[in-house]
Design a protein around this ligand. Structure first.
Ligand SMILES: NC(=O)c1ccc[n+]([C@@H]2O[C@H](COP(=O)([O-])OP(=O)(O)OC[C@H]3O[C@@H](n4cnc5c(N)ncnc54)[C@H](OP(=O)(O)O)[C@@H]3O)[C@@H](O)[C@H]2O)c1
Length: 293
């Protein structure tokens, strides 16, 4: 029987990401959830209800000492909260304070005055929409760590116990790392919405367009996952059919200039992909390059 007492985790901010991780850690016995502070006692109580653990707090002054503190607020709040934490008197030299931002690194916490404690950031490369669903699907999520080496062991262990694959990110590369995450996740939403809008311009109602795209999106993603974006490429650019690309771009621009821009910009990226995979001859590259310039 494991009689080890789990370390206590205080949570400041407990929305989509916090509620997902908090309930997983609680269920797995990784952490004893301590104080939970949000913007109101009502939302803190709701968060505690969803986690099944913790004590809702009204203010930072009610926080009791804990081995770890997670700041799971929106990114723009992290620095001010870290400043308040630094003067709260609840932290000691062994305390670990970490946040979940993909764009910001942990030096932000030091700059805010957390100089005597261990600081880190761990970014789960996942979109958390519904905490219960995200908790059920969390295993296998890649999580990028950067921060103090003294915090590394505890945080790797805490995330690995709930199924994460941990990796290290260089702090000065976090912005470009996060831009990459935005492209493969959020921009995919925007791209698919653009496609649905273009289907509507073709006279297909939104509901039908939304249903029609399901097999093609799934199939394209599976092909990419099973090989790589270049090998899985199909369509007029990959075939070097610059006449069709030209006419499609003109047509789209006429009906909706913004959709024309999306088609053109991603057409250029698609051309680079086809070119780097040696799928086109020099003439096709040159003709397509002119059409998409
Ligand atoms: N959502 C994702 O897909 C995702 C993925 C990876 C990383 N992250 C990172 O996770 C962090 C949290 O994002 P999220 O999506 O979970 O945000 P969220 O759902 O908006 O939740 C934010 C939480 O912070 C609380 N909060 C806001 N301002 C506060 C303040 N001044 N003091 C105390 N609590 C405050 C909110 O309180 P109320 O409950 O009262 O509103 C809420 O509980 C961010 O750093 C984000 O970059 C998010």
């Amino acid at each position: 029987m494991n009689t080890e007492v789990p370390p206590t985790l205080n949570m400041i901010g407990c929305g989509k990401a916090g509620r997902t991780l908090g309930q997983l850690w609680h269920r797995a016995g990784v952490f004893n959830i301590g104080g939970v502070l949000t913007r109101s006692i009502e939302s803190a109580s709701a968060a505690v209800g969803q986690l099944g653990a913790g004590t809702p707090l009204r203010s930072l002054s009610e926080l009791k000492s804990a081995e770890l503190t997670l700041i799971a607020t929106p990114d723009q709040e992290i620095k001010d909260i870290a400043t308040s934490l630094a003067s709260s008197g609840v932290l000691d030299r062994d305390s670990i304070v970490f946040h979940l931002s993909g764009a910001l690194d942990s030096s932000l916490l030091r700059q805010a005055g957390l100089e005597q404690v261990k600081v880190a950031s761990v970014h789960p490369l996942r979109s958390f929409a519904d905490p219960n669903l995200s908790a059920a699907e969390f295993a296998g999520t890649w999580c990028g760590f950067e921060g103090d080496s003294e915090a590394e062991h505890s945080l790797y262990s805490a995330f690995e116990k709930i199924g994460a694959h941990m990796f290290r990110i260089e702090p000065d590369r976090k912005l470009v790392y996060h831009a990459a995450s935005v492209m493969v996740s959020n921009y995919l939403n925007a791209l698919i919405e653009s496609g649905i809008n273009a289907f509507q311009l073709a006279g297909i109602d939104r509901q039908s367009a939304s249903a029609m795209i399901v097999p093609i999106v799934r199939n394209t993603c599976e092909n990419i996952i099973n090989s790589d974006p270049g090998s899985a490429l199909t369509g007029p650019i990959m075939r070097g059919d610059w006449q069709i690309v030209k006419r499609e771009l003109e047509n789209l621009r006429e009906l909706d200039p913004n959709l024309g821009d999306v088609y053109k910009i991603l057409g250029k990226a698609t051309l680079s992909l086809a070119e780097s995979n040696s799928l086109l001859n020099a003439e096709q590259v040159s003709k397509l390059g002119k059409v998409l310039s």
